[in-house]
Design a protein around this ligand. Structure first.
Ligand code: MN
Length: 245
């Protein structure tokens, strides 16, 4: 068995990951404070608020995103890149105050403290957790309440998706295009490298990775085509609706 095929559960030595209770908003409110709590819509490590952080299992098989994203891309992206960020976070957190924080708290603390080395790794670990979880269940339409918000602000999900593709195309080099909740409105933000809205205290609804490792094997230089396909064929907009609340 090659490393990329290794079951995610075996990647880290976490005996508590599998029996950790599922994340709940209530748990976030209890464990996180102030602005962070309202921003922490997705925090898979909330129930295990201490390093070493267990690398979350991919919530579907590596070939589940075919043909939009190949199994080879998922294998490398999840098995090497995502895992690598977790490994680095655990190395950097060892013996530090970070070791008692949640991953989301580390992202905020590292940004605030100017700890670029930790911020980059922790943000990317968090970003990728959100990314993989957004495809669980496959493409689904948003719920009625979220669809109404989308329609009122953009006219349609199609137009929102087009705006995200455009924003993704304007990110120079590596980065992400994010859909965020700003009050009761939506905002689309392109950000460099591992930067994310969580660090700015905003609620992140969905993000599309526009680092070349996310699409180059399958789409070569056609970033826009990749982002378009992800939004229209992979994102579970019901999950996004739940994050909007
Ligand atoms: Mn990535």
């Amino acid at each position: 068995m090659t490393q990329t095929q290794m079951p995610p559960a075996a990647v880290t030595s976490s005996s508590t990951a599998s029996d950790a209770p599922a994340f709940s908003r209530r748990a976030a409110l209890m464990l996180a404070g102030g602005a962070l709590a309202s921003a922490t819509v997705f925090a898979p490590n909330i129930a295990r608020a201490a390093a070493p952080f267990a690398f979350p299992p991919l919530p579907y098989p590596e070939d589940a995103l075919v043909p939009t994203i190949s199994a080879r891309t998922v294998g490398l992206h999840y098995g090497k890149h995502s895992k690598g960020y977790y490994d680095k976070v655990n190395q950097l957190a060892a013996g530090k105050p970070y070791a008692d924080m949640t991953l989301a708290e580390i992202v905020v603390a590292a940004k605030k403290g100017g700890d670029t080395a930790m911020f980059n790794q922790a943000a990317q670990a968090w970003n990728h957790d959100l990314y993989w979880a957004s495809f669980k269940g496959g493409f689904q339409q948003p719920d009625a309440a979220f669809a109404k918000v989308v329609d009122q602000q953009f006219g349609s999900l199609e137009i929102l998706s087009r705006k995200m593709v455009e924003a993704g195309d304007t990110v120079f080099g590596t980065g992400w295009v994010w859909l965020v909740k700003d009050g009761d409105k939506l905002d689309i933000i392109g950000m460099k490298d591992g930067m994310n809205p969580l660090a700015d205290g905003k609620t992140t609804l969905v993000g599309v990775d526009v680092w070349e490792h996310a699409y180059y094997l399958d789409y070569e230089n056609r970033r826009a085509a990749h982002v378009d396909a992800v939004l229209k064929k992979l994102v579970n907009w019901q999950v996004v609706s739940d994050r909007f609340g």
